[in-house]
Design a protein around this ligand. Structure first.
Ligand code: CUA
Length: 330
């Protein structure tokens, strides 16, 4: 059995290199200190019952050295760790959007084009995938060891994270947060596919309506359109083209519209009021399911074309070496 799970995502080598460095440093100092304890115990032990210890004064240079050197080593760990953390927490703009809902005890996955999966997620290799995740009940944690990917899914908010698979294959998906009786059964598979297999998978099966289209229906169902319409003198701010843009709030604060802001504006509508609009929106806390919130968010995002979920990706030229080679001529 291998010591580490296989490396199947773009972060895996970085996470493992940092982890390896920390293990090496820790092992080196454990061996050094353990050895010195034994050597000194033998070398300086009392040789006769009436032996008197000689007085020893500290060495300034030695003390400075054993302070500065470990300090520099932990600084290296800090900078290296921060660099890996930033890489993991910043999804690239061209990522495919996937929506995940965790509930006792299953993972429900919705793709932007309407494909739905249960405890399975199909992704192409060589293409970043961004997950927007919500929980319907308690804290779960979406964990794919081969991708070195783990993110808690917390009730009451969206968790976002991304990965890029680099090697086609089937990888374990776990729930890594104890969430009740059947926690250990909350498992599944990630299928990383070559771009052409992924296209074939996407075109097979019933896609149904897209997530944004489902969101558009809910938008009308909950009568959001009566205030957030495009008519003159609408009672709420327009939602066209807002995603990813800054918006000025009452009190002068400026926030950028992202998934978390949209979610908060639905479930806790008085929290951040847009400047120039009265506080008349009711809260929808508890009235819309997690899936409904994801669909509404996808719909509102789709009103801002620049960031609308990309169409299923075409194999990008010069992408990962793990990608299947295709003839360039038709
Ligand atoms: Cu869900 Cu443990």
């Amino acid at each position: 059995m291998p010591f580490f799970p296989e490396q199947a995502s773009s972060f895996a080598p970085h996470v493992d290199a940092l982890y390896g460095f920390m293990i090496a440093v820790t092992a080196f100092f454990s061996v050094l200190i353990g050895t010195l304890v034994v050597v000194f115990a033998i070398r300086y032990h009392r040789r006769s019952a009436d032996e008197v210890a000689t007085e020893v004064h500290e060495s300034g240079a030695l003390e400075i050295a054993w302070t500065i050197i470990p300090f520099l080593i932990v600084l290296v760990m800090f900078y290296w760790g921060a660099a890996v953390y930033f890489r993991i927490t910043r999804p690239p703009a061209n990522a495919i959007e996937v929506y995940v809902t965790g509930k006792q005890w299953m993972w429900k996955i919705q793709h932007a084009d309407g494909h739905r999966e249960m405890n399975e997620l199909h992704v192409p290799v060589g293409q970043p995938v961004r997950l927007t995740m919500a929980s319907e009940d308690v804290i779960h944690s979406f964990y794919v060891p081969a991708f070195r990917f783990k993110r808690d899914v917390v009730p009451g908010r969206f968790s976002t994270a991304w990965f890029e698979a680099t090697r086609p294959g089937r990888y374990h998906l776990f729930c890594a947060e104890y969430c009740g009786t059947r926690h250990s059964g909350m498992i599944g598979w990630i299928y990383a596919m070559t771009p052409s297999d992924y296209q074939a998978w996407l075109s097979g099966g019933i896609a149904g309506e897209t997530l944004a289209a489902a969101g558009a229906k809910r938008f009308v169902e909950h009568a959001c359109n009566t205030c957030h319409g495009e008519q003159k003198g609408a009672r709420g701010p327009s939602l066209i083209g807002i995603f990813g843009k800054p918006v000025r709030l009452q009190g002068g604060q400026v926030v950028v519209v992202d998934e978390a802001y949209i979610r908060e504006s639905i479930t806790n509508s008085q929290a951040k009021l847009v400047e120039g609009y009265p506080p008349i929106m009711p809260t929808f806390q508890g009235l819309i399911s997690e899936e409904g919130l994801l669909q509404l968010t996808a719909y509102i995002k789709s009103l801002s074309p620049a960031v609308a979920p990309a169409a299923p990706p075409a194999p990008a030229p010069g992408a990962s070496a793990a990608m299947e080679r295709k003839p360039t001529k038709p």
